[in-house]
Ligand binder design. Structure first.
Ligand SMILES: [Zn+2]
Length: 242
């Protein structure tokens, strides 16, 4: 009996199928537009789950992101097993006065690239992105995802409405490009929008800036219904694995 208990205690928990087939979804999206093509890219993703996040819920978003990017020749793979972190929001609350203060928890959560197993992108699922009293809740009506990427920061144009926010998050030293997702906002969106938020954020993580065309993956706001990716955007993707 003790042996059995010991075995059960030591048995590694099964991981959800992070990047498998998402299956059908009931909504009114039309047929997807033709996909762009390019040299195949593989993106190792480290999945990080905040305390209180349901792994099956996280895998739903990852499988849709994987499915969308696969149509564009980009394969998302797991960089090792998933990791866990505390579930605290990454945008500080009422005591934060400046944008840099608000983003201090973001900087603390970025993984030091020099000390970890290779991952091209960290995807961190949290119950919420912003503390209840965070000024960000006034600046943005709804914020479901936030991405910090060194390539993105280099490319940001001043005209981008989110440039100031991201530039204030600049950190010293090499860090893994990181997507933060807040499930409170994400889950409140209809499926045909919520499932394209992570593909959009991964676009940022791979260096894509916002795009003004309606229906583009990188449009400002929440993309919907099989968003398009232009060939120039596909050609501009940057995958960096140390
Ligand atoms: Zn964006």
């Amino acid at each position: 009996m003790w042996w059995l208990l010991l075995f059960l205690a030591c048995r590694p928990e099964a991981e959800p199928e992070w990047f498998g087939d998402p299956g059908p979804v009931a909504d009114a999206c039309p047929e997807p537009p033709p996909a762009t093509t390019g040299a195949p890219l593989t993106v190792p993703i480290r999945v990080v789950l905040g305390e209180g996040v349901n792994p099956d819920e996280a895998s739903w978003y990852l499988r849709w992101a994987s499915s969308w990017w696969r149509r564009h020749g980009v394969t998302l793979v797991a960089a090792g097993r998933s990791e866990s972190t505390d579930g605290a929001p990454i945008l500080a609350g009422g005591e934060a006065r400046t944008l840099r203060d608000v983003l201090a928890p973001v900087r603390r959560r970025l993984t030091d690239r020099s000390s970890t197993a290779p991952a091209a992108v960290d995807v961190v699922f949290l119950p919420a992105l912003a503390h209840a009293g965070s000024p960000v809740r006034q600046w943005f009506e709804r914020l479901a995802g936030l991405t910090v990427s060194d390539v993105l920061l280099q490319r940001l144009r001043d005209a981008d409405p989110h440039a100031e926010l991201l530039k204030a998050a600049v950190v010293e030293g090499p860090y893994v490009p990181t997507v933060f997702l807040g499930l409170d906002t994400l889950d409140a969106l209809p499926n045909e929008r919520s499932r394209f938020v992570l593909p959009h954020e991964l676009g940022h993580a791979l260096g894509l800036v916002h795009h003004l065309d309606d229906g583009n993956l990188m449009e400002v706001g929440f993309p919907r219904c099989e968003p398009r990716l232009l060939q120039a955007q596909r050609d501009a993707l940057r995958v960096s694995v140390p």
